[in-house]
Design a protein around this ligand. Structure first.
Ligand code: IMP
Ligand code: MG
Length: 179
């Protein structure tokens, strides 16, 4: 496994596909336990969460539903600071047990802007499950219920996460190589 080149940057291997899938499987088992007898509705945040959400969903043995919304705040390897809702929530979530699926929490801005929209619609419960969390990047603190990996404040790529549109198809995670 070696360095890869995407657009103008180099990335080094960080987490293997096997390490990731094992954690996602553990997360699935925790959710199966915690939501036994319930029927949660997952809200997956596009684009970055599509692979994480699909893999996690296959490990669920409880009844579960999923819908997708699209929020974006990133340009290149830096957050633009502006969160745009490109595809909104079209499902009635009142009285539902909601689990939000996010690929990565970086500054926390994306989720902290979206959460009030969810609370306004009065779900009966709300939890957040993330693949990756960069605790050192926090600007807007968000309570995360399930975290697969806490990672350093470095840009990562692969397993659904992109750098200017590329790299989402990589089955492992890479980290930006500092020059
Ligand atoms: P936040 O609003 O700063 O928490 O950023 C959240 C969004 O930025 C995530 O959903 C990702 O789409 C994107 N993002 C944050 N960090 C990275 C990274 O290291 N690689 C790729 N995308 C990232
Ligand atoms: Mg995202």
């Amino acid at each position: 496994m070696s360095t890869i080149h995407v657009h103008d940057k180099y990335f080094i291997p960080y987490l293997s596909g096997e390490e990731i899938i094992n954690k996602v499987k553990e997360l699935g088992a925790s959710i199966n336990r915690d939501y036994n007898g319930k029927r949660p509705l997952f809200i997956s945040i596009l684009n970055g969460s599509f692979i994480f959400s699909a893999d996690l969903f296959k490990f669920l043995t409880i009844e579960a539903e999923i819908c997708f919304i699209k929020l974006a705040s990133y340009k290149g390897t830096k957050s633009s600071g502006q969160v745009v809702t490109a595809i909104g929530l079209d499902t009635d979530i009142k009285g539902r047990d909601i689990i939000i699926l996010e690929d990565i929490i970086d500054t926390g801005k994306t989720l902290s802007q979206f959460l009030p929209q969810v609370y306004n619609q009065q779900p009966s419960s709300l939890k957040i499950a993330v693949l990756l969390h960069k605790p050192d990047a926090t600007v807007f603190p968000v309570n995360i219920d399930y975290t697969c990996f806490s990672i350093p404040n470095k840009f990562v790529l692969g397993y659904g996460l992109d750098y200017n549109g590329l790299g989402r198809n990589l089955s492992q995670l890479y980290q930006l190589k500092e020059d």
